[in-house]
Design a protein around this ligand. Structure first.
Ligand code: UDP
Ligand code: MG
Length: 167
């Protein structure tokens, strides 16, 4: 099987509930390689771009607020790229169904997810659905140099913009 990449997000509820170690341990069962990882403060623009396929749904606004951390008092998610044969399918199998009530009870979402009284599926992780989604999402969340393997073609650009540096 050919190697592919998948984007994993540990969502704000997963971080707030201190599930990071647990989730990473579960995902290590896949024997995939972690090729990128970072903490991210999620802007509305990033959340909306990530969930663009849901923009006409009645719950779109709540799903944005969920990913932005507004329901868990800290704007942060952990973003990782897993790489290896069948990465999307393997990670989605461990994650379980989108609706945590329907997810297999030993899956990550089945074990730790909940449906809030607002009706949001707080399902602790995101996993890219398939290779095409993974490519779009990884390019959205990561710069090429933040990933330790060359997943997709790149180009060189010259940038001259102000940025913060350590004092
Ligand atoms: N979601 C929700 N209610 C729904 C459908 C989706 O709250 O009826 C949320 C849920 O957190 C889900 C996210 O929106 O993970 C993205 O939905 P998608 O259909 O892409 O599911 P996923 O790929 O995450 O399984
Ligand atoms: Mg999806």
């Amino acid at each position: 099987m050919e190697s592919q990449a998948t984007l994993i997000l540990i969502k704000p509820d997963g971080l707030k509930k201190s599930l990071t170690g647990n989730i990473l341990t579960r995902l290590s069962e896949t024997k995939l390689e972690i090729v990128a990882a970072k903490m991210v403060r999620v802007s509305r623009e990033l959340a909306a771009e990530h969930y663009q396929h849901l923009k006409d749904k009645p719950f779109f606004e709540d799903v944005l607020r969920y990913l932005m951390g507004e329901f868990h008092d800290r704007r942060k998610v952990m973003a990782l790229v897993y790489w290896g044969p069948g990465a999307c399918a393997k990670c989605r199998a461990l994650a379980g169904a989108t609706n945590p009530e329907e997810a297999d009870s030993v899956s990550i979402r089945g074990s730790y997810g909940r449906i809030t009284t607002r009706g949001v599926y707080e399902n602790v992780i995101h996993v890219s659905a398939h290779a095409e989604d993974a490519e779009r999402e990884i390019k959205l969340w990561f710069e090429p140099d933040e990933v330790i393997v060359d997943l997709y073609p790149t180009k060189n650009v010259v940038e001259s913009r102000e940025k913060r540096a350590w004092l």
